[in-house]
Design a protein around this ligand. Sequence first.
Ligand code: GLC
Length: 499
Amino acid sequence: MSKANVDVLREETKNWFWASKFGMFIHWGVYAVLGQGEWTRQAHKISQDDYAKLPGQFNPKKFRPDEWAALAKEAGVKYMVFTTKHHDGFCMFDADNTDWKVTKTPYGKDVLREVTDSFEAAGIRVGYYYSIMDWHHDDYLPRLAFEAEERPAEGHDVMDYIKYMREQIHQLLTQYGNAPFVLWYDGGWMNAPEDLGAAETNAMARTWHPGILINDRHHTKEDLVTPEQRIPPTGILDDDGKPALWEACLTLTSHWWGYDKHETVFKTSDYVIRMLVDIVSKGGNLLLNVGPKPDGTIQKEFTSVFKDIGKWMAVYGESIYGTTASPFNQLPFYGRVTVKGNKLYVHVFQWPVDGKLRLPGLHNRALKAWVVGDEATRLKLRRKGADVIVSVPEVAPHPVVSVLCVELDGAPKADTFVIRPDRWGRLMLPALYGMMEGPHGQRIRYESRDGILHVGNWYRAPDCVYWKFEAETAGTYELTIDHSVESGEGGSVLGVIVN
Ligand code: GLC
């Protein structure tokens, strides 16, 4: 196939992916047998020999991939990414070049083929996660710190590991029909990409499976940026300042991706529906993880969330799929906006008590507005200065995220909102206008449990909230913070005043 044709296919995959918005991530491997997450070999210093006992116990009697696919479909999931090989090196497919694989377990079948077939039959495209880091392969270096003596590195050649990886990627990209649409690398941070021949492998991958997307975790510039366990506060732009293709992957648990029988903290359906809207309003996709149990079932804390998302999507899906990022950098209410052509989808998280929603600095003429799911009810529209005011019904149509559609006279254009001092020279920085950011495992978030929006769940030092503002004069300002802290529990912030 010519380079030009490959580029066309790649562009098609990108467009399809961008419009799809919602994926299911599945972390499943022999680590599920122990039920303490996918890093258990490292976290519990399990020797190679002891870990090698796990495949003998892998026999998921209740594994019904069709049921997994049905759950995903019910939720409105458009694609799924499966762990073909995690950091433990164990292959969940019938790899030609190793016996460290699922077809050598009592279960015996090629799990990857089964999940791929089931999801594709449900109309869901499938991508393959592949860990570069490999704690099992003798030629992969470095070793886990605790086994440096037990498994010396001398005499092992990383070139042999590159060959092994390429053979596996070749098999994954050529033996599973249409799948995968994405090569979803992980665990590349231990090695420089040049040392593992990343650029060459990726060039080969593109010829083996024309049109495939590749993520950023081999640390080369490819198609897809993958923030993990956090939502970038203002979306992600590429080097040219254009919206990048990005996908936030998140767990429903507080930490592990693989099954963790000790987990007690789970994200709720309400929280995840708002999270999905938030991500999409910033131009991204959500890849939401499940870690199935060793018996092949998915625990109810996960299935219930997917089902609830499905119920919401069944009514409001048009405001998610195929939309682009919000034209507003800030909104004067707690909610988010997505865009499709001339339509604004206004997602309202907290229903206004005065029955009015203000779309700030909107250049367009608003033609008509309605509640999504109830097209017959027209909402009153009024211009007030630079803003458009939408009159809304008294009661929120949905308790978590209601959606309005506002049709405009053209593609939406809005002013950039800037926080400036008020007439007393004060800068008001309410939680609503705060941008939250935190590295891997970000916990900080908006909360409005008491009806007042605040920044909550703030107990990790690297998590932060920031505001951008313009002040007329440089100088020393006095800072007042309105916050509350429950004894040693972390704090919540309502806002900051700079005077
Ligand atoms: C991390 C973890 C891994 C998980 C992945 C998902 O890099 O090492 O366990 O698979 O994130 O993004």
